[in-house]
Design a protein around this ligand. Structure first.
Ligand code: SF4
Ligand code: F3S
Ligand code: FES
Length: 261
């Protein structure tokens, strides 16, 4: 996460292009942004700049990362106010004439510098009933490709929690007690849409997971690095299932008569 010693920076020639980074330094007790000047090379991403800062200027800068390939979901932060993977944010896509602001995710408690405590998400996950196959657990499961395609999109999630970070219900209104957030709507949808799953999670999705608190702003979909259509393909279908169960009079009548579950 943080390095142990500073190295001597390579000598710059007069032609070296530089960028200014304003990086948050601090912990749960507070902090401030610190300014760093970093030489820019072709193909650099924000995480490269943070590694340069760790190597040559502030070895104690804390930043979480693992793959540097936009696949592990560890390096989430906010670059110029936008929730982003720092290993996927290229410098040539930013306006380098102005300082680049790098902050930790705002929705989660800060540990140090750019590292936040996202453990609330794992606690939420534990409350979701896992995949529940039929009782007569036949090995011969056959279903249509269409039925596989729907939950397959949701399997791309890398648990970066950028969607959780941007969602105003969690970010601005701190409704963690009442709303699970888009990442967990994705998981619930993937289970609900699995052709072999037999659990009934609709009451849970309505009450505990709080799907009704999403007002479809679609900010989560905009920041998802895996381009999962979170709102259209997961949240809206879950809302529809809740409406069918609780608010559609015809469905209610058929259920009363025992024709549907
Ligand atoms: Fe990240 Fe997208 Fe998964 Fe949300 S749904 S945690 S933004 S990969
Ligand atoms: Fe939040 Fe996404 Fe709904 S940002 S309000 S979960 S559409
Ligand atoms: Fe793995 Fe960025 S370091 S997603």
């Amino acid at each position: 996460m943080a390095q142990s010693a500073t190295h001597e920076a390579p000598a710059a020639n007069g032609q070296t292009k530089t960028a200014t980074f304003r990086v948050f330094r601090g912990d749960a007790n507070g902090g401030q942004t610190q300014e760093y000047t970093v030489p820019v090379e072709s193909g650099m991403v924000v995480l490269d700049a943070l590694h340069y800062i760790q190597n040559y200027q502030s070895p104690d800068l804390a930043v979480r990362w693992n793959c540097k390939a936009a696949k592990c979901g560890s390096c989430s932060g906010e670059v110029n106010g936008k929730p982003s993977l720092m290993c996927k944010t290229r410098l040539d896509h930013l306006d380098l004439s102005k300082p680049i602001d790098v902050q930790p995710m705002k929705t989660f408690p800060i540990i140090r510098d750019l590292v936040t405590d996202v453990s609330w998400n794992y606690e939420v996950n534990k409350t979701i009933q896992p995949f529940t196959p039929p009782d007569n657990n036949s090995k011969d499961w056959r279903y249509y490709q269409n039925d596989v395609d729907r939950p397959q999109e949701f399997r791309k999630c890398i648990e970066c929690f950028l969607c959780q970070d941007v969602c105003h219900v969690l970010r601005n209104h701190n409704q963690k007690e009442h709303f699970y957030g888009p990442r967990w709507m994705i998981r619930l949808a993937s289970l609900e849409m699995h052709p072999m799953d037999r659990a009934d999670r609709i009451p849970f999705i309505k009450e505990k997971a709080g799907v009704g608190l999403c007002n479809i702003t679609k900010c989560c979909t905009e920041v998802c690095p895996e381009e999962i259509k979170i709102t259209d393909n997961a949240i809206i279908p879950l809302k529809e299932r809740v409406v069918d169960r609780y608010y559609d009079p015809m469905m209610w009548f058929l259920r009363k008569l025992g024709f549907i579950r």
